[in-house]
Each structure stands twice: as structure tokens, then as C-alpha cells.
Design a protein around this ligand. Structure first.
Ligand code: NAD
Length: 368
């Protein structure tokens, strides 16, 4: 069977890391017919629009897309293409697993969290304005609806049930934002009793950040509104080893778009230096979504073994300051080739190996 998938390479390091993911995809033997479309800076140069209609049409038609990061100008310029894509395709659930791969590069090798973020409204609604002509004040409107809150909270509980997770935590700030936060809190409290086998609790966003920095192993699935989810998923990516290894997925009722947590890292663009793992793990999530479980397991395994072996890894997994056991860094393409080489060779059922030179006592992933 051939899977038809939209590929959006994106900006900055996007083309390099999506090339890496394609290479690993080929190594799985799964037939993927990539339909490449441009959004972001390349699309502006070609069409004048950062999000041409053809991009949305392609994702709607294929129902699945793999995407690289897209640059958003800060303060002025076009609105975020990423936000527009989520809103126009109604990709309401942003799911970001934070798994400490091989325990490398993290103080929290036991981290295994999933952040489920509402992706269509909240403070990302785009309703912002100056309050006066002199621009001495500004307002931003957070839109929170019962419909969107119910569906993201249901999504988080269903995901927990499907993936045999036992604990869902709602994160909000209902003590201060009494209407928007309060609505989300009420929706959570009314949904939780439908899932009696899952422990449901709540944390205020500030306390949640402190708890995650102190004892992330006590949490499992976190469900929250758009801005808090954005911040928490970077925090969790940091706990699990950094942005270079943090994948993400966006789901609507019919469509799915897979994109890394990281941005376009313009300072590394064109240098073949960026870590390809986040985008490769997006490919893994995509293969799982397409029902290609064996191929997905192989990709995860090949990534894990490459990082644990630590011979061919990019700077963020290699250099002092990022790791306790520095090695010479490899390029993005070399790491991708190494992962692709391993894909057909790995045994997806064998115990996961420990990283060389690093004894991470108590890591439940590390069985060897
Ligand atoms: P960033 O994620 O691009 O970079 C943050 C830091 O992480 C930088 O030091 C960067 O070099 C490093 N980094 C990121 N990805 C890496 C990788 N794969 N390997 C190694 N190091 C990596 O965040 P930023 O600098 O805040 O944003 C840059 C641009 O990306 C902005 O225009 C922003 O709007 C955009 N962005 C897009 C998305 C998306 O497309 N979904 C997400 C976040 C940011």
C-alpha cells in the first residue's frame, strides 16, 4: 500500500531535518508518496503568500502531513503560518510526547510525559489591539469555549485510555482568570468522572512548572489551553533532553500534521548541524498513525540505539554543556544516515540499551 503524505519542508533548518526524516522513512521500506508543498518564506518568494491555498488543499486531500518548522516574524509582519494552519484545518489537539531518549542529555532520564495542548483558541486567537492612538496600552483577547475545552479534554482522556496511561492533570490559572480558566476547569471536572479508571487532578500553571522541575516522574498526561501548553511543552522537551529530540503531532477529527516542537533555528540554517531526531520522531509518530507499527518501532529503536551508542550524534547530544560524556559532534545528515542504516538491522523487541558511559540509576526505560 502506498501512503500519500503532504510534506512541508518549512524554513531555516526545516529542509535539512525533513530530508533526514525522508531518508529514514525510505529505510523502513514503507511506501510513501510525498507531495511536497511550500509554506513560509519560500512560499512568500514564490507566490506572495506564506500559506498558499495549495498547502491547505494538499493536507485536506491527503489527510496526513509531515512538516518542518516555519519562521514567524516577531512583533510585526505576517501572522504565524503555524497558528493559521492549526486554525484553518481545525487541528485542535497538539500532542507533544516528552520521552527521555536513552536518558542522554537530561537530568531526568525517567521523563515520560505527554502534553496535550488546545491549539485553536486561547490567547492565540489573534484578537489583539492597541487601546489608544498613542500606543500606550494594548489588549489581547483569550477566547476559551466550552466546545473546544470539552473536545481537547475528551481527547486527552481518550489518549490516556488508548495508551494505558493512568493519570491526567488539567493545567490552568482559574484562580486569576476566573472566566476563561474557570470554564476550562469546569469542563475538566465534568469530563473526568466518565473515565473512572484514570486519576484526574488539577494544577495551577505556576505550581505545575515548579512540580515538573522537581519531580516530573509524578506526572503522566497534561491537558491545557494554548499558551500554557506551548510553554509547558518546551519545558517538558527540556526535561526529556532538549528541543533537538522533541517531536509533536497535531490532530483534528480527520487530519493529522506531524511537526517538531522546535522552531526554524535560523542561526543553524544551511549548516547541516541541527539535530534531526525531533523530525525523525515525528516520522515515527506519523508511521504509527498510518498503522505502520513495525516500521515506527524500528525508527524509535534506531534513534534510541544511535543516541545510546553515541558515535554519530549532533552537537546538542555531543558537546560539553549538553552532555556529561562529550564526543566529537557529527552533522545532521550523518546522524540521519546512521539512524537509517540501523532501521532494518534493529530488533524492536530486544531490551533498550543503556547509553555508553552514563549510569542512570532508576531509569525505567533502561532494562539492559
Ligand atoms: P527554535 O526552536 O528555533 O530555537 C531555540 C534554540 O534551540 C536555539 O538555540 C536553536 O538553535 C536550538 N534548536 C532548535 N532546534 C534545534 C535542533 N533541531 N537541533 C539543535 N538545536 C536546535 O526557537 P526560536 O529561536 O524561538 O524560533 C525561531 C523561529 O522558529 C521563530 O520564527 C519562531 O516563530 C519559529 N517557530 C516555529 C515553530 C513551528 O514551526 N512549529 C515552533 C517554534 C518556533
Amino acid at each position: 500500500m502506498v501512503h500519500r503524505v503532504t510534506l512541508i519542508p518549512g524554513d531555516g533548518i526545516g529542509p535539512e531535518v525533513t530530508d533526514a526524516a525522508r531518508l529514514v522513512g525510505e529505510a523502513t521500506g514503507v511506501s510513501i508518496d510525498w507531495q511536497v508543498v511550500d509554506a513560509g518564506e519560500r512560499a512568500i518568494a514564490a507566490t506572495g503568500s506564506p500559506l498558499p491555498d495549495g498547502v491547505l488543499e494538499s493536507v485536506r486531500k491527503n489527510r496526513v502531513a509531515l512538516k518542518g518548522p516555519i519562521t514567524t516574524p516577531i512583533g510585526s509582519g505576517f501572522r504565524s503560518v503555524n497558528v493559521a494552519l492549526r486554525q484553518q484545518l481545525d487541528l485542535y489537539a497538539s500532542v507533544r510526547p516528552a520521552r527521555a531518549i536513552a536518558g542522554e542529555g537530561t537530568r531526568y532520564p525517567e521523563t515520560d510525559l505527554i502534553v496535550v495542548r488546545e491549539a485553536t483558541e486561547g490567547l492565540y486567537s489573534g484578537v489583539e489591539h492597541w487601546v489608544d492612538r498613542d500606543h500606550t496600552g494594548a489588549e489581547s483577547v483569550a477566547i476559551v469555549t466550552r466546545k473546544a475545552s470539552d473536545r481537547i479534554i475528551r481527547f486527552a482522556f481518550e489518549l490516556a485510555r488508548r495508551e494505558h496511561r493512568h493519570h491526567v492533570t488539567a493545567v490552568h490559572k482559574a484562580n486569576i482568570m476566573k472566566t476563561t480558566g474557570g470554564l476550562f476547569q469546569t469542563a475538566f471536572r465534568e469530563m473526568a468522572p466518565r473515565y473512572p479508571e484514570i486519576l484526574a487532578d488539577e494544577r495551577l500553571i505556576d505550581n505545575m512548572c515548579m512540580q515538573l522541575a522537581k519531580k516530573p516522574e509524578e506526572y503522566d498526561v497534561l491537558v491545557t489551553t494554548n499558551l500554557f501548553g506551548d510553554i509547558l511543552s518546551d519545558l517538558c522537551a527540556g526535561l526529556a533532553g532538549g528541543l533537538g529530540v522533541a517531536p509533536g503531532a497535531l490532530y483534528g477529527d480527520e487530519l493529522a500534521v506531524f511537526e517538531p516542537v522546535h522552531g526554524s533555528a535560523p542561526k543553524y540554517a544551511g549548516q547541516d548541524k541541527a539535530d534531526p531526531v525531533a523530525e525523525i520522531l515525528c516520522l515515527e509518530l506519523m508511521l504509527r498513525h498510518l498503522g505502520e507499527k513495525e516500521a515506527a518501532d524500528r525508527v524509535f529503536r534506531a534513534v534510541w540505539e544511535t543516541i545510546a551508542e553515541k558515535k554519530v550524534v549532533t552537537y546538542d547530544l555531543a558537546l560539553p554543556g549538553y552532555t556529561l560524556t562529550p564526543v566529537a559532534p557529527s552533522s545532521c545528515s550523518a546522524m540521519a544516515k546512521e539512524i537509517a542504516r540501523k532501521v532494518p538491522l534493529v530488533d524492536p523487541h530486544a531490551p533498550l540499551p543503556r547509553p555508553h558511559g552514563a549510569a542512570h540509576a532508576g531509569d525505567p526505560h533502561l532494562e539492559a
